[in-house]
Design a protein around this ligand. Structure first.
Ligand code: ARG
Length: 254
């Protein structure tokens, strides 16, 4: 009896050790599907069209997964949960417009970038469009974003208001609760197209960044499998046509 208990305990320990192991490319292929997490509140990159995830990153991941020979099981979570869940092996990959930073690279392994863009200044007041114009101003940004990190580097900003969702940061600007919103250039272009009467004014870049998907820290085989798939869609014209569909230009990094 005692022996059986011991073995059962050992089995449990081994099972939990295995469960906490990031899945290799082989394991994902054997399963036939990759579990990908995104946010779903960052149009036009990842957003909900009704109940369905949609956007440039969603469609791009579908193209890449096809090259990898696997299907996708999508998960949608709040932005701040995405990288934490990678560390706990709750999903295999995250694609949610994360800019590559040294700080983030301590916690995850970034794939090759799938687009280049940057944070821009958005306001309702045409007098707030350059970086020096942010002096003495109140700025809205998404919590945990590269926009927040880059605003913190500026001196003289009056206040930074954080919002769990970028759409709420936009709402704060539209409702005149802040002087400016900093977000991705293409997010602004899409917001201006969706609400042409909101009075949003697109200002200068605050910084530029390379955006990439990520896997659990050290999961080199899955990163390589994804990178090979990404390279293939970048080479065969499917990336270019998807990019033109969303942005009327090719947004890959050069
Ligand atoms: N590119 C910015 C960053 O790296 C913003 C990403 C926001 N993504 C999102 N799904 N809301 O922090």
């Amino acid at each position: 009896m005692k022996r059986i208990k011991k073995w059962a305990l050992l089995g449990l320990l081994m099972a939990s050790a295995l469960a906490a192991q990031a899945r290799s490319l082989d394991a994902v292929r054997k399963d036939g599907k990759i579990v990908i997490a995104t946010e779903g509140q960052f149009a036009p990159f990842n957003f909900f069209q009704g109940a369905k995830l949609s956007g440039f990153e969603i469609e791009l991941a579908e193209l890449v997964a096809k090259k990898m020979g696997v299907g996708i099981e999508w998960k949608a979570l709040s932005f701040d949960a995405l990288f934490a869940g990678l560390g706990q092996d709750r999903w295999d990959l995250v694609i949610a417009s994360h800019g590559i930073t040294d700080e983030r690279a301590k916690a995850v392994t970034f794939a090759d970038p799938h687009y280049c863009s940057g944070g821009v200044i958005v306001s309702l007041d045409p007098a707030i469009h350059r970086v020096p114009d942010l002096k003495g101003k109140v700025i809205a940004v998404q919590t945990g974003s590269a926009y927040l990190d880059n605003i913190k580097k500026l001196s003289g900003v009056k206040d930074v208001k954080n919002f769990p969702q970028d759409t709420d940061a936009r709402g704060a600007l539209i409702n005149h609760r802040v002087d400016a919103w900093v977000t991705d250039k293409f997010v602004v272009v899409a917001a201006m197209a969706a609400s042409p009467n909101a009075g949003l004014k697109l200002g200068d870049f605050l910084f530029v960044e390379r955006i990439a998907a990520a896997v659990a820290k050290g999961n080199a085989s899955l990163a390589k499998g994804y990178n090979d798939g990404l390279a293939a869609v970048m080479a065969d014209g499917s990336y270019a046509s998807l990019s033109k569909k969303y942005f009327h230009e090719d947004v890959r990094c050069h």
